[in-house]
Design a protein around this ligand. Structure first.
Ligand code: AMP
Length: 451
């Protein structure tokens, strides 16, 4: 099996700016929450591509001297998240290659669903792969395409892949940005303050570098960036939007706008919906930081129950390097979150989180709140039960490890030792994200897979 190594990643592309690699670097800082395992940037000076990539956080991978070697007016960058553990630096991105038309580099967020099939077909024809990444398939498809121009080769290649992809390609003189026909993963286009363009997984990167949001790259659209020209748009696929609803639930940063609306406001609305459909009498509403904060604010505002910071989060314990054993996971939750006894003692507490995956976090937190003296703990979750794994780019465990795939809500409530447990339902979630028709992928909550 190919590893799903392009899950939960961030991509960025900068075009037409003399400090391109530095802007890519700052953008990757803003996108660090989408992946902490590895980071990389490729730049082009017009003649040659330069690439630096390494395991670790963005600030560890780059320094000023390194960024100075990434010269040129265009650059693409990537942060990678992956649980499946290949330590290899080869699995960091950008993926770089030399081929008959010159040099290219690619960054990818998403997950290709026919990766194994495509790879096997390529191997049968003699291709040699260096990594487990599905992105490497693209390099081969482009290199082997019989089309003469890179643009046509890219179009040729993306027609052979299926699944979720927000991609940015860099050649010596051009940059290309592409989103799959469903627009599973976000990708936005912006204008840089002193000329040039930026594309990034989330608009929080635009804010950091002072870019102005233009619009989202449309599902199925390919954008071509050329020197001194406005980006050219090519409709490669008829768009059939299926945006990932989990971007709103958990993944995107609250200060971003994804799929056309504010993540913060959407999460707050989820909390309000939750308060309307799953009310309970209590003294205080507290979030599980950081994910539960906006929805807890919404819940508190709607219910009129005071909002308090009842749990402190230690921000110096990263989201990464979760040990695979249960014991280590339990310990990790303890290291990361601690109770504010003064807020909790003797109180009926509503604790809000964005999701329950394995149930480990909720169980630990509820035990912790009870030990801190809470008289009752009512768990409210601002998304429906996570019952199915994601094949389009979010890292979720197999079905056997998803607690809601194996237990009823009452059983989960007993397991996490809460006094009550309630989830947001699908209809309320769809209302919060202003869904139109069926333009969201909800497979993680419904098992309704599109591909
Ligand atoms: P668990 O302990 O497995 O139930 O994890 C639930 C916690 O993980 C919640 O606090 C969520 O905010 C967070 N979470 C949800 N989805 C993910 C994900 N794909 N990767 C990492 N953390 C997640």
């Amino acid at each position: 099996m190919l590893e799903n190594v392009n899950e939960k990643c961030a991509v960025v592309g900068i075009f037409g700016h003399k400090e391109a690699s530095k802007l890519a670097y700052f953008s990757l800082h803003a996108l660090q929450h989408r992946g902490q395992e590895a980071a990389g940037i490729s730049s082009s000076d017009g003649e040659k591509l330069h690439t630096i990539k390494k395991r670790g956080l963005v600030m560890r991978v780059f320094d000023e001297a390194k960024l100075n070697t990434l010269s040129g007016t265009s650059a693409i960058g990537h942060t990678r998240y992956s649980t499946a553990g290949d330590d290899s630096i080869l699995d960091a991105q950008p993926v770089f290659a030399r081929y008959d038309l010159g040099e290219m580099a690619i960054v990818h967020n998403g997950n290709l669903t026919n990766a194994e099939e495509v790879r096997n077909a390529l191997i049968e024809k003699g291709a040699i792969f260096q990594t487990f990444m599905d992105t490497e398939n693209l390099i081969h498809l482009i290199a082997k395409s019989e089309q003469k121009k890179l643009i046509d080769r890219i179009i040729d290649a993306v027609q052979r892949i299926e699944g979720a992809f927000s991609l940015v390609f860099l050649s010596r003189t051009k940059m290309f940005a592409m989103r799959d026909r469903h627009g599973f993963r976000p990708l936005s286009l912006g204008r840089l303050p002193n000329g040039g363009y930026i594309v990034a997984s989330e608009t929080c990167a635009f804010d950091l570098v002072g870019a102005e949001f233009i619009r989202d790259v449309a599902p199925g659209e390919l954008l071509i960036f050329e020197k001194d020209k406005t980006p050219i748009s090519v409709k490669v696929f008829e768009p059939t939007p299926k945006h990932c609803i989990f971007e709103y639930v958990y993944f995107a940063r609250p200060d971003s706008k994804v799929f056309g609306q504010s993540v913060y406001q959407t999460r707050k609305d989820m909390g309000k919906e939750l308060a309307r459909i799953k009310p309970i009498e209590a003294d205080v509403v507290i979030p599980v930081p950081d994910g539960g904060v906006p929805s807890a604010i919404g819940y508190a505002q709607e219910s009129g129950i005071p909002y308090e910071m009842g749990i402190m989060r230690n921000h110096y314990i990263g989201r990464t390097f979760i040990e695979p054993t249960q014991e280590m996971r339990d310990l990790k939750v303890k290291m990361k979150l601690s109770p504010m006894t003064d807020i909790i003692k003797g109180k009926r507490v509503i604790v809000i989180d964005d999701s329950i995956v394995r149930g480990t976090t909720s169980r630990r937190i509820i035990r912790m709140l009870k030990e801190a003296g809470a008289s009752e703990v009512h768990m409210r979750v601002s998304s429906p039960p996570t019952t199915d794994p994601c094949f389009y780019g979010v890292d979720t465990p197999n079905k056997e490890n998803l607690i809601a795939a194996n237990m009823s809500t009452q059983e989960i409530c007993d397991y996490i030792e809460a006094d009550s447990l309630a989830y947001l339902d699908e209809a309320s979630l769809l209302r919060s994200v202003n869904a139109e028709g069926d333009n969201y992928c909800t497979a993680c909550f419904t098992g309704k897979y599109i591909i």
